[in-house]
Design a protein around this ligand. Sequence first.
Ligand code: COS
Length: 383
Amino acid sequence: MINDQETLNLLLSTVERFVRERLMPAEQIVAETDAIPEDIVAEMRDIGLFGLTIPEQYGGAGLTMEEEVLVTLALTYTSPAFRSIMGTNNGIGSQGIVIDGTEAQKAYWLPKMASGELIGSFALTEPGAGSDASSVATTAIRDGDVYVVNGTKRYITNAPEAGVFTLMARTDPAVKGAGGVSAFIVDARSPGIQVGKTDKKMGQRGAHTADVIFENVRVPAENLIGDREGQGFKTAMKVLDKGRITIAAVCVGAGQRMLDDALRYAQERKQFGQPIGEFQMVQAMLADCRAELLAARCMVMETARRRDRGENVQTDASCCKLFASEMVGRLADRCVQIHGGAGYISDYAVERFYRDVRLFRIFEGTSQIQQIVIARAMMKGEK
Ligand code: COS
């Protein structure tokens, strides 16, 4: 789609209008009910938001990374929970199949995800395997033309809504590290799958995570991603490399919203006889937010463009995720500070965003994992 500026502009203006007219007015109700209204999800399907990154031949929009970043910036000017419901279909829930799946796997599963008929979910994390992702203990043991899966996955985004899981499980228990792990496509209706109760989180109400328990679940051998055992950890890492650029864009979108809210508040709120935005100490906070947002936006755009050109951006994807997620934490803190007492009251969106954005320094690889990825590459002499 990269050359079709007109179609891209139309998509961006549709998303901006949808965010302004439909999503922002529904933020509070989503926070109160911990659910995204069904009519909004249906509109997301109609606009095509579930298939943004899925190739066109499988029913998606086939956006480039740069285009995905632009749409993400527009879409995350509102509560992150709205992006979460379609975020896995565009990211970690579908990309394992897009990147490493066989033609038959792509042809069967991707159109269902692109239309939003199925929600895709990424099942890597376990009670004993978080940052140490290659230590997954869930097993998938070959038995004729099926694999029998046993284990527990934890904090799985969209598990309660999932129609299909990308599951990382150990096909060779004798191989302890990454090499023993394979990736599977698992129909969420398979007998033996149980989704635990929805986690109570610090923020991001409306976006759901839960445990997923697999008990003797029989997965057809043809659902082994790429038809090759032992490649699952690498598939997961490739998915996360891309996801980290997207999450960095999410941080910029949410940051822009908080800053716009804080600026408006600083212009309206009067103390000592004048708007607080006239005070230099408030101005310093506004300026620092703007400068840091610009830095993160530039990093994300540049890295996305380089990925589109086919360059290896593994390390820089981690730089983007590290900088943007830490940046949005600092920005959220300043924006609460600018709001003063109002920033601590849930009537103001900034109170909710402050809690929502805390997750970004943790999921899809903590800041400390990003530092490890970056420094390891440097020590290996990668440019
Ligand atoms: N793309 C492709 N292959 C990759 C890769 C990547 N980005 N990163 C690692 N690999 C490959 C390595 O090349 C290595 O292959 P060989 O065995 O053929 O040499 C294999 O995968 C194992 O890599 P490594 O030894 O670096 O694995 P580690 O166990 O040391 O783990 C970290 C590396 C810590 C970086 C990884 O486990 C990680 O990213 N953890 C965080 C996981 C995460 O983000 N969790 C969030 C939950 S999911 S929402």
